[in-house]
Ligand binder design. Sequence first.
Ligand SMILES: [Ca+2]
Length: 106
Amino acid sequence: MLGEEVDLASIHDPFEQRFLAQLADGRSTWIGLNIGLGINKDDDWGWVGGSRLGYTNWAPNEPSGDGKCVYMDEKRRMKWNDRDCIDDENVNYVTNYMCQTAAIRD
Ligand SMILES: [Ca+2]
């Protein structure tokens, strides 16, 4: 049974980046980084769940300002690309997403 605290995954170092990129198995995948949404209303990039943005892995010329959500881009070696969270004109351009939860111990 999953705990209550489940969020889109956050990435804090190259090891986590590599781990999640491997899990994504070559497909573009949403991660829990956004701007101006939820707790990150101050127009600064931040992770869902509240952790600060330290390590980054933006693709060249990103963030380009064309969205408030971020995915690992399969066309750019899984580096990060900001994009509209919902794109009505191009539905399902990114369908994978990665979540995480804290370890549960008895
Ligand atoms: Ca972008």
